[in-house]
Design a protein around this ligand. Structure first.
Ligand code: NAP
Length: 213
């Protein structure tokens, strides 16, 4: 499958790219900085430079699925949260609609169902993510919205807790297990047009947890 990964050089994005190329998908790796091209090529991906704050209409050409793993990160201002996490995602969703790319996986976050109940300093971020989720849910795309708990850099465990709502249960999950959950979702019909939350520490392997949603 030809899969575009936005945020391909991010901490989670890199692991998504690695898993996809290992599974022989053709990865179109969207990066902002050409200096990251070599690393992408070494992973077996085809890099291209594009910025979510600029023109990305050309980016989805040839893609059969999009994984949106980009984010402005915690060290930028609210303006970047809006222009990347919300508007960048919406622009990519609308570009998929126009260009017939049907499958879209959005890496979001727990807490987006009630941003006003989140920690004050995260509320703008949760609201931006919630608005991108809303746009995707309203689209005619075959979407999956994955909302992980707090991310860490622990190794992959292949065990998660996945539920449509964790009902406020707080937990962490490794970026490796998030990447695996996203990659396993791509062709799993039980994740189609669904939004779900994931944290680590579960008893079920990722595939089974996704089949149980
Ligand atoms: P990360 O390492 O910060 O990676 C984000 C990626 O997005 C980077 O590759 C970055 O490019 C790219 N990006 C930023 N602005 C861009 C732009 N204008 N155009 C194109 N690409 C752009 O992210 P992460 O820690 O793996 O997190 C992945 C996602 O999970 C984020 O959306 C985050 O909000 C979400 N999340 C995080 C947590 C948490 O606990 N941290 C919890 C739940 C969900 P550069 O490499 O050029 O900087």
């Amino acid at each position: 499958m030809n899969i575009l990964v936005a945020g391909a050089h991010g901490k989670t994005g890199l692991q998504i790219v690695k898993l996809l190329t290992e599974r022989e998908h053709n990865v179109l790796a969207m990066i902002r900085d050409d200096a990251q091209s070599d690393e992408m090529e070494k992973l077996g991906a085809t890099p291209f430079v594009a910025n979510l704050e600029g023109d990305i209409e050309f980016a989805v050409e040839g893609a059969e699925a999009v994984i949106f793993a980009a984010g402005s990160g915690p060290n930028t201002g609210e303006d970047k949260t809006l222009s990347v996490d919300r508007d960048g995602a919406v622009k990519m969703i609308e570009s998929c609609e126009r260009n017939g790319v049907e499958r879209f996986i959005l890496l979001s976050s727990v807490g987006t169902d009630h941003p006003e109940e989140g920690p004050e300093k995260l509320q703008h971020y949760l609201k931006a993510k919630a608005e991108s989720e809303e746009r995707l849910e309203k689209s005619n795309l075959n979407y999956t919205i994955v909302r992980p708990g707090m991310l860490n850099n622990d190794p992959e465990t292949n065990h998660i807790i996945a539920q449509e709502s964790l009902k406020g249960k707080i937990g962490q999950i490794s970026r490796s297990d998030v990447a695996l959950s996203i990659v396993e979702s791509i062709e799993n019909p039980n994740t189609y047009r669904k939004t779900f939350e994931i944290i680590g520490g579960g008893k079920m392997e990722v595939e089974k947890a996704l089949n149980n949603l």
